[in-house]
Write a protein that binds this ligand. Structure first.
Ligand code: SF4
Ligand code: SF4
Length: 414
């Protein structure tokens, strides 16, 4: 990473509104009270308001009148390096946006600034850059070969956890595509999550298929970490998905949902509706096509994934699903819905700061413990993994469970 103090961060990826937003911060300190990363790494540079102040200084000194008169900038190499570090020590969870009295759209700001930093050749951080290199080369972050992407179906049938075979949508066109994402495709534990969703959709009579080995990564992590290839890579994927003739796409992962539902249409028109699996299952239950009838006696609390909750307003569907499962005693945590504490898994933080991620998820686990629940459930495979890591870190007796498992048990009795 070239961190020359004279290296300019290009502003063309920031809109005039965003440039004005940098000046809108009054440094009231509200974001400091809520940021899940500052809560576990008490460096003042991480406070969103301070980060904005540092950016303002950097941009003024590199692009302002004084910089032109001085024919140079006044930011030290160390200041530039630190600013880039704190920009990437962030899950882009959006909590600072929701509590900010000036309503600064920080998620877009952080992502666009990352793009500017990458364009200047100053980011992302080395471990994050390696993650993106692998993602682009292998079409998944695990260095797995493409021909293994669809193996979860066979594995599920052999293990008896997937109850019926699934058609490949390219061979047998179906109106609904179930889009797995990388983690559910390759991670053997998260394979199960995909199988639970597939079992439920089959039971409800949904005509759906999968892409198998032809599925690509949604490429959302490129956008989250500011990689300038995101638009072109996303457009390739949009062309593939548009060519399938589907009317609906159901994602397994909250991150894929945000990418396909929110980011893709800004790049190119998509010709299908997009749902996260939990919204879809909620709809199937409300239409009485799915009936959770078997008791699941368990006291649980619910973790809102940032990409479903704060970023897309999906708060009620998962809670309705949870409450439709007989036997479940549902208790809320203190921080929920738009103030839900991030588990630390988003925005590429885990790739650059794995220790901070587990500390953040351990904090969420401690909140869950205070409810007296025996399990914290979530409908996002990534949060599920993050909360598991947090439970281990906190040496907690509470377990992290995926919401689809509870629905699967209640519908099928096993
Ligand atoms: S809450 Fe908003 S206005 Fe207040 S310090 Fe944070 S970013 Fe600035
Ligand atoms: S997006 Fe989340 S992690 Fe990043 S600064 Fe804001 S509150 Fe902190």
């Amino acid at each position: 990473m070239d961190t020359s103090a004279r290296q300019k961060i290009p502003l063309n990826s920031l809109s005039p509104r965003q440039l004005m937003e940098l000046d809108a911060c009054t440094r009231c300190g509200e974001c400091m009270k809520w940021c899940p990363i500052y809560a576990v790494d008490r460096s003042a540079d991480l406070i969103p308001g301070n980060r904005i102040a540092a950016l303002r200084k950097l941009l003024k000194s590199q692009h302002g009148i004084r910089a032109r008169l001085a024919a140079g900038n006044r930011i030290s190499k160390e200041e530039v390096e630190r600013l880039i570090e704190v920009l990437y020590e962030c899950t882009t969870c959006g909590q600072c946006h929701f509590v900010c009295p000036a309503r600064i759209d920080t998620v877009e700001l952080w992502e666009d600034l990352r793009e500017a930093v990458v364009e200047a050749g100053l980011g992302p951080l080395p471990d994050q850059a390696e993650y993106l290199r692998v993602l682009k080369k292998y079409e998944n972050p695990f260095k797995e070969p493409r021909e293994n992407r669809g193996i979860w179906v066979q594995r599920g049938l052999e293990q008896g956890t997937l109850y019926r075979d699934l058609p490949l949508i390219t061979e047998s066109p179906q109106p609904v595509l179930f889009y797995l994402g990388c983690t559910a495709s390759y991670n053997t534990e998260i394979n199960l999550v995909a199988q639970w969703v597939a079992n439920l959709m089959h039971y409800a009579g949904v005509r759906f298929g999968v892409l198998g080995n032809q599925e690509n990564c949604c490429r959302g992590k490129l956008r989250r970490m500011g990689d300038g290839d995101f638009a072109a890579k996303a457009a390739e994927n949009i062309d593939l998905l548009n060519s399938l003739g589907i009317d609906t796409l159901v994602t397994n992962c909250a991150g894929c949902f945000k990418t396909i539902f929110q980011d893709y249409p800004r790049i190119k028109k998509i010709n299908f509706k997009v749902y996260h699996a939990i919204e879809y299952v909620d709809m199937l239950i409300r239409e009485r096509r799915l009936q959770p009838v078997n008791l699941v006696p368990m006291k649980v609390t619910y973790h809102d994934p940032c990409h479903l909750g704060r970023h897309n307003g999906i708060y009620d569907a998962p809670r309705r699903v949870l409450q439709a499962v007989p036997g479940v005693e549902f208790v809320e945590m203190e921080r929920i819905r738009q103030n839900s504490r991030c588990c630390g898994m988003g925005g590429g933080l885990k790739m650059g700061f794995p220790e901070i991620q587990t500390l953040a998820s351990a904090e969420r686990i401690r909140e869950a413990e205070r409810t007296g629940a025996e399990a914290v459930v979530t409908p996002c495979p990534t949060c599920f993994l993050g909360l598991q890591a947090g439970a281990a870190r906190a040496e907690s007796d509470i377990s992290a469970r995926h919401l689809m498992e509870l629905v699967n048990i209640s519908v099928f009795g096993r």
